[in-house]
Design a protein around this ligand. Structure first.
Ligand code: MF3
Ligand code: CO
Length: 247
């Protein structure tokens, strides 16, 4: 069941979403070689708390941290630990904030110092995949168009789309309908209505799209150990366009 949000509800969602966007920017200005992924998580926890919000990820289905911090071949759901971030790494940080009864959700992939050419392109193309889909989004857009534009851009650049994770609706719950796939056929699926709030979150791999989950039950890594990147925003569908709430 896809809920449409009223203008009043969207206004309530602006605050947790703004906190997510600001927190990602704050982390991006501080993340560097020599930090542990746990230290990144601490930045996120402190920022969200200081903003008067709650970190939605903490305790979600037993998840033990406020952020997912995914280095290089880790696609998503990297659990913060003692791993030291190194020069040349790419690090995805995914976080959610809860305030006013609503969640906001976003992710960025950060380059640590100078990264190799392929990683640099991977991070850039993953962001572009989001914007390719976003540009085509407005009331009446078939859901499958989002996956189509993401997949088309990723594959045109020689990368692959992770299949086993998707974007999602968001609101009073962190994950609501619809499921927002990153692969798809243009013109298929439900037509999105104005007031629908979704997370579009391309997860793109430099090699193959197959992943495996480590023994911790969360950490998703590429099977071929090639790098992956993640970029996510919470967006609201409007008549004639869409608005990003987490920038
Ligand atoms: N923020 C993630 C998403 O995009 C959810 C992370 S799972 C959690 O859906 F357990 F960390 F919360
Ligand atoms: Co999400």
């Amino acid at each position: 069941m896809i809920f449409q949000k009223s203008e009043a509800e969207i206004d309530l969602m602006r605050e947790p979403c703004r906190i997510v966007g600001e927190c990602l920017k704050f982390v991006g200005e501080r993340i560097c070689a020599g930090m542990t992924t746990e230290e990144v998580d601490k930045l996120v926890y402190d920022f969200i708390k200081a903003s008067g919000a709650e970190p939605s990820c903490l305790g979600y289905c037993g998840y033990p941290a406020s952020a997912c911090v995914s280095v290089n071949e880790v696609v998503v759901h990297g659990i913060p630990d003692q791993r030291v971030i190194k020069e040349g790494d790419i690090v995805s940080v995914d976080l959610c904030a809860y305030k006013n009864g609503y969640h906001g959700d976003g992710a960025r992939t950060f380059r640590i110092g100078k990264v190799d050419e392929e990683s640099d392109k991977l991070v850039r193309v993953t962001e572009e995949c989001f914007f390719k889909a976003f540009e085509h989004l407005r009331a009446g857009t078939p859901l499958g168009d989002i996956g189509y534009y993401v997949q088309q851009h990723a594959e045109a650049n020689g990368f692959s789309v992770i299949r086993s994770y998707t974007g999602h609706g968001i609101g009073r719950e962190m994950h609501e309908d619809p499921t927002v796939a990153n692969c798809g056929k243009r013109g298929t699926g439900v037509r999105l209505k104005a007031g629908t709030v979704i997370c579009i979150e391309p997860m793109i791999a430099a090699g193959g799209w197959k992943v495996k989950i480590l023994d911790d039950g969360w950490t998703a890594v590429t099977q071929d150990k090639k790098r992956a990147a993640h970029y996510e925003n919470t967006v609201v569908v409007l008549e004639g366009g869409a608005e990003i709430l987490t920038l």
